[in-house]
Design a protein around this ligand. Structure first.
Ligand SMILES: [Zn+2]
Ligand SMILES: [Zn+2]
Length: 584
C-alpha cells in the first residue's frame, strides 16, 4: 500500500533472509575487518538512544566494509559486573545474575528490532563463569610475574555507615548517604603494577591512529617528567636528606626545605630549644588523614632548628616540617623555591622565610614580589655559573649537570600510580588467591579455575571493610594448594574494569574452554581495526586495555601489543568527519 511502511513485515522478511543466506562468511580469501563497539552495561532501563547513537556509526561502517568484500567481525557483548546490579539486589532481593540475564534478553531484543548486524555467535558476558575463568586466569599470570601484589592502602571510609566508599560517593568530603565526615581507613588491597608498563604505554601512543585529544589525555595521565634527586647534607651532622625535584634548574633559589612529619630524620633534627614543638607537631600530624592534610588551606609547620647545606652554593637552608608534604610522595622531603612556586611562596610569606628570584623575565628582577613567578621562560639570575642561561634550556640540562657534579642523580618520574584492583563488594569476579598461614598468598591452580562466585543471602557491604563473601564460611575455608593445610580464600572481588580490559580478544574465540584465545585465530582476526565509543573512556578503560594487551603479548598469548589500531569517539560525530576514518 503506497504511503505506509509496514516495518514488521519488512523487517521480518529481511531478518529471515539474512539468517538463511549469510553474506558475511570467512571464505579464507577475504581480508578481515574488525569493527568494535564499546560493550554496554545491561541496565534495567534497556537500550537508550545514546547507545544507538554510537552503534549506528559502527553499523553503517561495518556494512560499508562488508560491501567492500571484507570478512567482518562485528560482535556485541555485556559488561555485566558492577554496582548497579548489586544495588538493585540490595533493594529488591533479586539475585544480580537473574536481573542481569533479564536485562540482557531485553536489550538484545531491542538491538535485533533495529536490525543491527551484530554477529551474536561471538557474544560474551563478563559474568559468565566460562568468561571470567579467563579474567581470573590473567590475574594468576600477573601474580606469577609479580605484577599483582598486596598493599595496605587508604580507602574512603564512612564511620557512621561503616562502609568503604567509592570516590564518586564522597561529596565535598562527606558521605553521600548520611553526610558524615568521610575519613581514611587503611585496608589490605590487591594492586596491579601498571607502572611497570608506563614507558611503553607512553611511547606506543605514537603507533596509534587515535584522536590527538585522547592521546594527549593518556600522555597527561601517565605524566612523565624528568627531574633530579639532590642530596643536601645536614649542617654539623653526617645525615643526608635527598629531595626529588622536577625543577633542579631553580636550585640556587632553594631557601628552605620541608620534610614530612613522618620522615625518618624528622624527630632527630630537633634541638633542645625546638624539641617540644617538633614532637608535638609530629604527634598532631599523625592524627590527621592524608585528605585533611592536603585540603587544609592554612599551611602549618614547625622549624626543626637544623639546617641543610645547598650543594650548589654552600648556603645554610632551614629545615622545616609540614604536613602538606606526604611521606609516601617522592622522598618525603622537598626543597622549597618560594620565588617560583605558589605553595612555597605562601609558606615563606607565612613564616617569614627568604625569597630569592632565580628566573627573570627579560633578565629583570621583580622588586616587590607579591606572588610567585611561575612562568617557565626567562633568564637565570642570582644563580652563580648559571646566570644568563635560558631557563627552558637549563631545565633540560640541569639534571645531568647535577649528576656530573656529584650532588645527586637525574631521574624519570611518572604520575601514573599502580592500580587498586580489589573491591569489598559482592558482584564481581572473585580474586583467585588462597591465603595460607604457612605459604602466604598462593594462586588457585589453573585447573581449578574459575573460582565461582557463590550465592549469598545478603549483598550489603559488611561494615568491617570486607566483602559479603567473607561471611560465607563454607566458601572461605579451603585447603592450601601448596601444603594442603587449612587456608582461606581471598574475599575481595575485582573492579568492573577487569572484564572489560580484554573482552575484545575473546570475541574471536568465545567458546574456547582450553585457552583464552586460540593463537591462530588471534593472528588471523586481531587486533581491532576500528573501535567506536565515548570519550569518557579516554583514559581508564583504554589505558587498562592497552596494559592488558601488552602483558598478554609479553606472555605469548597474542603477537601484537596494541589492541585498537583506530579509535573513533562518537561524541565527535558533528563536523569532525575527518576523524571517522570514512576516507580510508
Ligand atoms: Zn555514611
Ligand atoms: Zn600452605
Amino acid at each position: 500500500m503506497a504511503g505506509s511502511y509496514n516495518h514488521k513485515l519488512i523487517e521480518g522478511k529481511w531478518n529471515k533472509k539474512w539468517e538463511e543466506n549469510p553474506v558475511n562468511v570467512d571464505d579464507g580469501k577475504k581480508e578481515k575487518y574488525y569493527c568494535l563497539d564499546m560493550f554496554p552495561y545491561p541496565s534495567g532501563n534497556g537500550l537508550h538512544v545514546g547507545h544507538w547513537r554510537g552503534y549506528v556509526i559502527s553499523d553503517v561502517w561495518s556494512r560499508y566494509k562488508m560491501m567492500h568484500n571484507y570478512y567482518l567481525i562485528h560482535p556485541m557483548g555485556w559488561d555485566a559486573f558492577g554496582l548497579p546490579a548489586e544495588n538493585y539486589a540490595i533493594e529488591h532481593g533479586i539475585h544480580p545474575s537473574i536481573s542481569t540475564a533479564e536485562n540482557i534478553k531485553n536489550i538484545k531484543r531491542q538491538i535485533n528490532q533495529i536490525a543491527a548486524i551484530y554477529d551474536w555467535g561471538r557474544e560474551v558476558n563478563t559474568t559468565d563463569p566460562d568468561y571470567y575463568k579467563w579474567t581470573q586466569w590473567i590475574f594468576v599470570q600477573m601474580f606469577k610475574k609479580g605484577l599483582a601484589y598486596e598493599k595496605e592502602m587508604p580507602i574512603n571510609w564512612c564511620p557512621s555507615c561503616k562502609t568503604g566508599l567509592a570516590n564518586e560517593e564522597v561529596v565535598n568530603g562527606k558521605c553521600e548517604r548520611c553526610h558524615s565526615e568521610v575519613t581514611k581507613k587503611n585496608i589490605r588491597q590487591w594492586m596491579l603494577k601498571i607502572t611497570a608498563y608506563a614507558e611503553r604505554l607512553l611511547a606506543d601512543l605514537d603507533k596509534l591512529d587515535w584522536p590527538e585529544k585522547v592521546k594527549k589525555m593518556q600522555t597527561d595521565w601517565i605524566g612523565k617528567s624528568y627531574g633530579a634527586e639532590v642530596d643536601f647534607k645536614v649542617d654539623g651532622k653526617d645525615d643526608v636528606i635527598t629531595v626529588y625535584t622536577t625543577r633542579p634548574d631553580t636550585l640556587w633559589g632553594a631557601t628552605f626545605m620541608v620534610l614530612a612529619p613522618e620522615h625518618e630524620l624528622a624527630a632527630s633534627l630537633s634541638t633542645p630549644e625546638t624539641k617540644e614543638a617538633v614532637d608535638k607537631y609530629i604527634y598532631e600530624a599523625s592524627m590527621k588523614s592524608n585528605v585533611d592534610r592536603l585540603q587544609d588551606k592554612d599551611k602549618t609547620g614547625v622549624f626543626t632548628g637544623s639546617y641543610a647545606i645547598n650543594p650548589l652554593n654552600g648556603k645554610k637552608t632551614p629545615i622545616w616540617l609540614s604536613d602538606y608534604v606526604l611521606a609516601d610522595y617522592g622522598t618525603g622531603a622537598i626543597m622549597c623555591v618560594p620565588a617560583h612556586d605558589d605553595r612555597d611562596f605562601e609558606f615563606a610569606k607565612k613564616f617569614d622565610l627568604p625569597i630569592i628570584q632565580v628566573i627573570a623575565k627579560d633578565g629583570k628582577e621583580i622588586e616587590n614580589m607579591t606572588e610567585a613567578y611561575t612562568e617557565a621562560s626567562g633568564t637565570m639570575i642570582n644563580s652563580g655559573d648559571w646566570n644568563g642561561m635560558e631557563s627552558s634550556v637549563l631545565k633540560k640540562e640541569a639534571p645531568e649537570m647535577i649528576e656530573k657534579l656529584g650532588y645527586g642523580k637525574k631521574t624519570v618520574n611518572y604520575k601514573l600510580r599502580d592500580w587498586v584492583f580489589s573491591r569489598q563488594r559482592y558482584w564481581g569476579e572473585p580474586i583467585p588467591i588462597i591465603h595460607c598461614p604457612d605459604c602466604g598468598a598462593v594462586a588457585v591452580p589453573e585447573e581449578q579455575l574459575p573460582v565461582l562466585l557463590p550465592d549469598v543471602e545478603k549483598y550489603e557491604p559488611t561494615g568491617t571493610g570486607e566483602s559479603p563473601l567473607a561471611a560465607i564460611d563454607s566458601w572461605v575455608n579451603t585447603t592450601c594448594p601448596c601444603c594442603g593445610k587449612p587456608a582461606k580464600r581471598e574475599t575481595n572481588t575485582m573492579p568492573q574494569w577487569a572484564g572489560s580490559s580484554w573482552y575484545f580478544l575473546r570475541y574471536v574465540d568465545n567458546k574456547n574452554d582450553k585457552e583464552l584465545v586460540n593463537r591462530e585465530k588471534a593472528d588471523k582476526y586481531l587486533p581491532v581495526d576500528m573501535y567506536i565509543g565515548g570519550v569518557e573512556h579516554a583514559v581508564l578503560h583504554l589505558l587498562y586495555s592497552r596494559f592488558y594487551t601488552k602483558f598478554l603479548n609479553d606472555i605469548g598469548v597474542v603477537d601484537f601489543d596494541e589492541p585498537f589500531k583506530k579509535l573513533f569517539n562518537q561524541g565527535m560525530v558533528c563536523g569532525r568527519d575527518k576523524e571517522t576514518g570514512a576516507a580510508t
